[in-house]
Design a protein around this ligand. Structure first.
Ligand code: CO
Length: 142
């Protein structure tokens, strides 16, 4: 298995209007613990990661209506936003996707909430926004 291989679903991203309100279902009804909350200013979101086995649910609340997530919320409402796959080498995985002709959103990996990440364009993925993440070393199993 090359280090570019995708190893598991790291998280599923869900857009919500308000994190605290969303906890009422995702944390309190489903019983998933919130293990990390962070503001990612350059993506215009406040995000929470909830643990489910070896994977996570990533709740995304827009910081403003003009952010990417804010526009998604206005246009599509709350709901599924992306699927993120873990890899041990996000740069290699991105190069492999590029070499296979996949249209990219990120030309190179960048820091994100789940580690070093990149996004593939839904035009090449049958309509699903796909993220790759190489978890930070101290969070390899989170
Ligand atoms: Co994500």
């Amino acid at each position: 298995m090359s280090s570019a291989a995708l190893t598991r679903i790291h998280h599923v991203g869900v857009v919500v209007r308000d994190l605290e309100q969303a906890y009422g279902f995702w944390r309190d009804v489903l019983g998933l613990p919130v293990h990390k909350v962070a503001t990612v200013a350059d993506q215009g979101v406040r995000a929470a990661l909830l643990t489910i086995g070896g994977s996570e649910i990533e709740l995304l609340e827009p910081l403003s209506p003009s952010s990417g997530i804010g526009k998604f919320l206005a246009k599509r409402g709350e709901g599924l936003h992306h699927i993120c796959y873990a890899t041990e080498d996000v740069a290699a995985a991105l190069e492999e996707a590029r070499a296979k002709g996949v249209r990219l959103i990120d030309e190179k990996p960048r820091p994100g909430l789940a580690g070093t990440i990149c996004f593939l364009h839904p035009a090449s993925t049958h309509g699903v926004l796909v993220e790759y993440a190489q978890p930070f070393p101290d969070e390899a199993h989170s």
